[in-house]
Each structure stands twice: as structure tokens, then as C-alpha cells.
Design a protein around this ligand. Structure first.
Ligand SMILES: [Zn+2]
Length: 359
């Protein structure tokens, strides 16, 4: 079964109207680069950490270089309603509610007066109080305007079925998980948003459809700029920790543009074990893009896109993708905005023969 999404005719008409009226100023669509952090600390695993010094440098860079840090709910509202969004918009997100964020990041964010969003796994923080923020600390942050949102109750690999579980039982368990986390956030903190960051960034088509059905937005851990062409249940985020903390490369991502995908075709984000080279088809609005400048990568290796006509391309890995999470990435420069790149990513999960995969 092919899964695809398309923008509606009315959205397309609005886009055409807007792009013609604004064509002398800019042809690129409004975009938000959502940055993803976990730890802000010197003594936590490097891959998910930035040091307090690095983090301060990120905020200073944003402030000094014309970026506008916006709240995630405001950004989503503006993208979906087509209302004004500042140029070079960036949103800051933090997963898991580690105590080091409260100690190291929160005071800096307050000093820079930048909004941020914190995704909380409600049972995890209760069971490991020495590593995570308390409900009182979360309440304090919320009272200062921080957006607190859903990261499931237990930080499970949500698309993975338990042994002996059929898809119907899986769906019931997952709905309960997400809704009970949401209920606790609402009751304890008065949370009103309906935002979920998928634990490990993992989702499959069934999970994204559950979120859509429950009227949640979903955020992944695949790179790319967010905009109206993004799937609202697979919103991309740029990792900003570990190797990705370097401002030389992170600054390009901060200024990234939402690739105008009119249609994206693939079988499912969760593959079967034997699906080793998944295909991805993308139809683009080409106004601000040169076909020959589009570059795609699979696990850091360049893969040549195969163009079908003038606005559709297809990519597929040249070698088998590994067990676990991997991504196809595509970027292309804007014709009209110097030094700014459209950025799109598709995540895959390939299970082992038992249907599992590593953290
Ligand atoms: Zn997490």
C-alpha cells in the first residue's frame, strides 16, 4: 500500500497567490528550524549533550545573527494558519526533562528571553527523580512560560509490538500510553497543547495516523526545516548535540528552508527486516530550486536522485541500510536566498528478524 500526503487545492491556491504577490521579496516558503537538545552538561553522554559553554554560544549566535526564536506552539499556529512568521525563525526543544536542563539551560534561556519547549515522559521522571526534574520544577518553568509537552509515559519504542501482540492490541496500548501521559500533564500542570515528541524520534505510519486521529502534532528526530509542506505528525528537528553542536554546520541548519514537497511516496517508515533499500519518491514545487543542485545522502553517502519529469525524483540506498534507525537526507540551495538551503529528511526503522532494534 502506498502512503502519501498531498496539500489541498485551497492550500495550493493560497500558496500560488502568496508566492506571486511576494515574488519580488522572496520566493521561499516560511520555515522554522526546530533544534533538538537533551542534556546541557559536561558529564553526560556526549552524543546527546552540549556543554553549558556550547549552549550559551548557540544562543548568542542566534541573538547576534538575526534569528528569531519563536515558541513551538506559535510556530505551528503560524505555519498552519498562514499567518505572519518572522524571518529566520528558530524553535528550541528539549527532550526528557533532565535535571541539568533546569540547572544549566533554563537560567540562560531566561536571560536571553527565548521561549522553549520541554518534552516529558511522565513515569520516567517519577521513577528516576535524581536525574530528572520534579513536578514542582516543571510547574515553575511552566509558570515562566515554558511549553511542557508529551514524550509518552515510559519513553518506549512506540512503533514496536510486544511479543504476541497484534496490531489492534498494539494500537490500544499506544493510545492509552499517549493519552495517560497527556492527562497527567494536563492535570498536574494545566498543559493545553497537543504536542508529542516521539521517543527516539521513532514512528510508523500507524502511529502517525493515531496522532492525527487524536489531534496531536508529532515531532521526530529527522533533520529538516519545518513548514507547511511538512507532515504535521512527522515534524522534523535538527539535532544540536554532540557532533552536531558545531556552529559551523549548525548555523546552516538554523537558516534552513522547508523543502516544498507536494507529495512524498514511501511504503512505511517502519520497514520489514527484508526491506533493505526502501524507495522514496518526492514531487516538488520547483520555483526556487534548480533540479541539478539537489543532493541526497544515505547515511552520509551521496546517492544520485533519479528525476522523473521536471519535478519528481526518486531515491533508493545503493547498499543495505543497517538494522535500527537511518535516514535519507536531501538538500538544495535556494535560487533567491543566498546561502540558504532547503532541507528534507525521511527516517526509516529496519527491525532485526525478531522485530526489534537497538536504542
Ligand atoms: Zn527522549
Amino acid at each position: 500500500m502506498k502512503y502519501f500526503r498531498e496539500i489541498s487545492a485551497s492550500q495550493l491556491l493560497l500558496w500560488i497567490t502568496l508566492s506571486f504577490s511576494a515574488v519580488t521579496v522572496q520566493a521561499a516558503t516560511p520555515s522554522v528550524s526546530i533544534l533538538m537538545y537533551h542534556h546541557v552538561s559536561e558529564d553526560t553522554p556526549r552524543v546527546t549533550s552540549v556543554t553549558p559553554e556550547e549552549f550559551e554560544a548557540h544562543l548568542q549566535y542566534l541573538q547576534d545573527n538575526g534569528f528569531n526564536v519563536v515558541s513551538l506552539p506559535d510556530a505551528i499556529h503560524a505555519i498552519e494558519q498562514g499567518t505572519e512568521l518572522p524571518e529566520k525563525a528558530v524553535a528550541l526543544t528539549f527532550d526528557d526533562a533532565y535535571l541539568n536542563l533546569y540547572e544549566n539551560a533554563a537560567p540562560m534561556l531566561e536571560r536571553f528571553n527565548m521561549p522553549w519547549t520541554l518534552f516529558v515522559s511522565t513515569e520516567v521522571i517519577r521513577e528516576t527523580p535524581t536525574s530528572f526534574m520534579s513536578w514542582e520544577q516543571l510547574e515553575e518553568l511552566k509558570s515562566k512560560g515554558v511549553t511542557i509537552a508529551n514524550h509518552s509515559i515510559d519513553h518506549a519504542h512506540l512503533p514496536r509490538r510486544q511479543s504476541g501482540e497484534n496490531w489492534q492490541q498494539w494500537e490500544e496500548r499506544i493510545r492509552n500510553n499517549l493519552l495517560s501521559a497527556q492527562e497527567e500533564l494536563e492535570q498536574r500542570l494545566g498543559v493545553e497543547n497537543r504536542l508529542i515528541a516521539y521517543p527516539f524520534g521513532e514512528y510508523n505510519n500507524r502511529l502517525r495516523d493515531i496522532l492525527a486521529d487524536l489531534n496531536f502534532h508529532g515531532l521526530g528526530q529527522h533533520s529538516g526545516a519545518y513548514g507547511k509542506y511538512s507532515d504535521p505528525q512527522a515534524i522534523p528537528r535538527f539535532p544540536a548535540s554532540g557532533n552536531y553542536a558545531n556552529l559551523e554546520t549548525l548555523s546552516v541548519k538554523m537558516a534552513a528552508l522547508n523543502l516544498p514537497t507536494l507529495r512524498v511516496n514511501f511504503s512505511d517508515t517502519l520497514l520489514t527486516h527484508s526491506q533493505t533499500r526502501p524507495g522514496l519518491g518526492v514531487t516538488l514545487e520547483m520555483d526556487d530550486i534548480h533540479q541539478h543542485q539537489l543532493q541526497c545522502f544515505v547515511g552520509g553517502e551521496p546517492v544520485s536522485p533519479t528525476w522523473v519529469g521536471n519535478n519528481r525524483f526518486y531515491i533508493q540506498a545503493n547498499n543495505d541500510i543497517p538494522i535500527g534507525r537511518s535516514r535519507y537526507n536531501c538538500t538544495t540551495p535556494s535560487k533567491t536566498q543566498p546561502k540558504r538551503f532547503y532541507w528534507f529528511s525521511k527516517q526509516w526503522i529496519r527491525p532485526d528478524p525478531q522485530g526489534s532494534w537497538p536504542d
